[in-house]
Design a protein around this ligand. Structure first.
Ligand SMILES: Nc1ncnc2c1ncn2[C@@H]1O[C@H](COP(=O)(O)OP(=O)(O)OP(=O)(O)O)[C@@H](O)[C@H]1O
Ligand SMILES: [Mg+2]
Length: 237
């Protein structure tokens, strides 16, 4: 059996003397869409920052395709094939849309689909229309499309979205979900953090729930939809 695309085991991390992650476990197989859910402040962003090497793990392991990446600098983790769409999008405000897209392309890792500027523009026609606009001139939805496009330009084996649709108008949210749906159909593996349980139940294969820095539940969409207690207890849904 081949190694999972991403495996996280017993992950611990924190800020200064404050421990935030106590025992996080995640497994993602190639082609899967997996969510990381939990209420505010439970450690989702901290988990993602630790996986990406932006925050140092104090214990536990992260493997990408069976190879350990714990302790590697962030650029080296990205080069293993993890493409991040960070919380708050973080597009470069003083670069144009096109410059934002090109800026990360140097970090290409050669994943499944070979994304190029034309293919990103084909996928997000709005970005082509706005190609000469500065990052700061974009709407929230356009910024999110740009952040996704920028991550795709690295040809990630695993696309990671921290708050995929937070702060976006309902119609724009639907567009982002539609885009993630077509990426999944094309075989892209995705780890999604978002609070939209009802959409994620349909989109994702598996779910991981965090409570106070611990993985407290893992299961399929069917398991989750059949467990309203779980949603009420851990997701406030
Ligand atoms: N830079 C930081 N320094 C100190 N503590 C932090 C820092 N960032 C987050 N924390 C704390 O770590 C805990 C987990 O935060 P984290 O941002 O990982 O949660 P989250 O699940 O992503 O929440 P949200 O749903 O609000 O995005 C919280 O108690 C938070 O206050
Ligand atoms: Mg967060």
């Amino acid at each position: 059996m081949s190694a999972p695309l991403l495996e996280v085991a017993r992950l611990q991390a924190g800020y200064g003397d404050t421990q935030v992650l106590f025992n996080v476990a995640i497994i993602i197989k190639p082609g899967e869409v997996v969510t990381l859910m939990g209420r505010n402040g439970m450690g989702k962003t901290t988990t993602i920052r630790t996986i990406m090497g932006l925050l140092k793990a104090t214990d536990g392991d992260v493997w990408v395709e069976g190879a350990p990446v714990s302790g590697l600098p962030a650029y080296a983790v990205a080069q293993k094939g993890l493409g991040l769409v960070p919380e708050g999008r973080q597009v470069f405000p003083t670069l144009t849309v096109e410059e934002n897209l090109i800026a990360t392309a140097a970090n290409r890792v050669g994943g499944k689909a070979a994304w190029t500027l034309p293919s990103v523009y084909q996928f997000f026609p709005r970005l082509r229309e706005r190609r000469g606009n500065l990052g700061s001139q974009l709407s929230g939805g356009e910024q999110q499309m740009l952040a996704i496009g920028r991550a795709l330009m690295t040809n990630p084996k695993l696309l990671i979205l921290d708050e995929a649709t937070e702060g976006l108008a309902p119609i724009i949210r639907s567009e982002i979900w539609e885009c993630l749906r077509s990426l999944k159909q094309a075989g892209q593996s995705i780890l999604i953090v978002d609070k939209n349980v009802s959409v994620l139940e349909k989109l994702a294969d598996h779910h991981v729930i965090l409570e106070k820095g611990r993985t407290v539940w893992m299961g399929s969409s069917q398991d989750l939809s059949e467990n309203p207690d779980l949603k009420e207890r851990y997701l406030g849904a």
